[in-house]
Design a protein around this ligand. Structure first.
Ligand code: ATP
Ligand code: PMV
Length: 481
């Protein structure tokens, strides 16, 4: 038996994320974030190693992206020693170190100690959307379009190194860590179910991934990205940062780490509430090549908030109410689609033919259609949230939705069947999202992006996928050379 259970290999995958409302607010437990999981996923595959007591991690998409670790006995525990010649990947190393602490503290530790003697072969790879494919398309002399992206192989190898690849903001590190934690814990039979169907299993993966991600990033963010990788689309209220304080201060203290990540640790006060887009609402994403540095935007906004507490509190409260009202309208639509499917479909058909700015006329013409009223409310409320984000931009002097992005987003809204759009997460020049009602609207928006001159707008293939981390057992995982 290769591992400490009857599985020969475990392939875990976790979705990327799009924070469609609640950026900055979600850093404070008083407020929520609304996050959508993406169809683009990050994969971690674990199988028996080729060399005893060695862990080899490869990222086949990137040249020379291989990291090897020797396993040694240290103070009665198994420790990871990186082979310095291979370069380092602190996200992978911290993840494996933490996971092995969990594995060798679990009831199945004896079997794991036997299994680990054979070493591990791990591959990690992300769907193409996690990384800009602009260079690949350029080298193939292909235009920056969806059609071109669809011609690229999955997990398209890139000439870029991990250190200089342009990431697109889908949360590659959060999805990497969540999938790697899940695959290792399932491989060593630590979880009670192999498909993570038991709630406490998913909690264990979540808590471990949150700690690892904060240790690797060197800060405690809101954690919405790891939460999305674990749970998919949902409404998120962050955990109190003090949950991780002790483990962040001394990550080598196995007892503290195990106590921190335990599913029984009631200090974890994060809240996950089901939320996903209503039927016939499709997510579109684009990567803007002018890039922003999220930590800089965040530090500037928080510094302004600290320096202007009253003005900021009023703005945070207004934005929170607007975001909650938007979510309520989307949830109401979800319910109406079930309660009166025919009326819902009629509303969708009517709204597909008009730009959202005209939907109030549709409501006047058919005031009995509750779905129509709700769709108009979704649009109005999303626009109100954008207005408040622009107010935050101007007051804090931070380009969260800068004028160049406003012009692009407003142009998208002129397309019939576009419900709402915005800058996701911290905003800036990283990305935009649109939510549309039809393939026609999708095509027209893609054409608009391809023709846009003021900014370079690179479409992504991702759609919404509300599933969180998933597991495949004993799938045929090729050993990368
Ligand atoms: N395919 C991969 N193989 C190995 N490590 C990866 C891979 N993709 C990402 N990583 C790890 O994740 C790190 C990026 O994490 P960082 O926190 O800087 O970005 P991020 O916020 O997750 O980025 P984005 O949200 O744009 O994806 C990389 O430095 C690398 O260590
Ligand atoms: C600004 C912030 O609230 C969201 C950042 O979102 P993104 O990484 O830009 O998608 C920071 C955080 O929640 O960690």
């Amino acid at each position: 038996m290769s591992s400490s259970s009857d599985v020969k290999s475990v392939l875990a995958s976790a979705p990327g994320k799009v924070l469609i409302a609640g950026g900055y607010l979600v850093l404070d437990r008083a407020f929520q974030g609304f996050v959508i999981g993406t169809s683009s996923r990050f994969y971690s595959a674990v199988q028996e190693g080729a060399s005893a007591r060695t862990i080899c991690v490869r990222s086949p998409q990137f040249e020379k992206a291989v990291w090897r670790y020797d396993l040694i006995e240290k103070e009665g525990e198994v420790a990871l020693v990186p082979r310095v010649s291979e370069g380092e990947n602190k996200f992978v190393q911290i993840c494996l170190t933490c996971c092995l602490s969990v594995v060798f503290s679990a009831p199945t530790k004896r079997a794991a100690e036997v299994a680990i003697q054979k070493g591990l072969d791990i591959q990690v790879f992300g769907d193409n959307d996690f990384y800009s494919q602009r260079e690949q398309l350029k080298s193939l002399q292909l235009p920056l379009t969806v059609k071109s992206l669809e011609q690229l192989p999955h997990f398209c190898p890139t000439k870029s190194t991990l250190g200089n690849v342009h990431k697109t903001g889908l949360g590659s590190s959060a999805a990497l860590i969540t999938s790697l934690v899940a695959s290792v814990l399932v491989y060593f039979n630590v979880t009670s179910t192999k498909d993570l169907s038991a709630h406490e299993d998913r909690i264990l993966v979540h808590n471990t991934a949150q700690l690892v991600h904060c240790l690797a990033q060197g800060k405690i963010g809101s954690g919405f990205d790891v939460s999305a990788a674990v749970w998919g689309s949902h409404t998120y209220r962050r955990f109190s940062p003090n949950v991780l304080e002790a483990a962040m201060e001394d990550p080598t203290n196995t007892e503290v780490v195990i106590r921190t990540i335990a599913p029984s640790n009631s200090s974890w006060d994060n809240e996950v509430t089901s939320f996903q887009l209503p039927p016939s609402h499709y997510l579109m994403l684009a990567d803007i090549d002018a890039g922003s540095h999220t930590p800089t935007l965040v530090s500037k906004v928080l510094a302004w908030r600290k320096a202007n507490p009253q003005v900021a509190e009023n703005l945070w409260q207004d934005l929170s109410k607007s975001n909650a009202a938007l979510a309520d309208a989307l949830i109401e639509l979800q319910k109406l689609a079930v309660d009166d499917a025919m009326e819902y479909e009629a509303a969708i058909e009517a709204c597909r033919r008009q730009p959202a700015s005209k939907w109030t006329h549709l409501v006047e013409a058919d005031s009995e259609n509750a779905s129509l009223k709700s769709m108009a409310r979704v649009h109005e409320r999303s626009q109100n949230s954008r207005r408040l984000i622009r107010e935050m931009s101007e007051l804090a002097g931070v380009p969260i939705e800068p004028p160049e992005q406003t012009r692009l987003l407003d142009a998208c809204l002129n397309v019939a069947g576009v419900v709402m759009c915005g800058v996701p997460g911290a905003g800036g020049f990283d990305a935009i999202y649109c939510i549309v009602l039809s393939n026609e609207a999708m095509s027209e928006v893609q054409n608009l992006w391809a023709a846009w001159k003021e900014l370079s707008v690179g479409p992504l293939l991702s759609r919404e996928d509300s599933a969180g981390v998933t597991i495949e057992l004993d799938s045929n995982i090729p050993r990368s050379t």
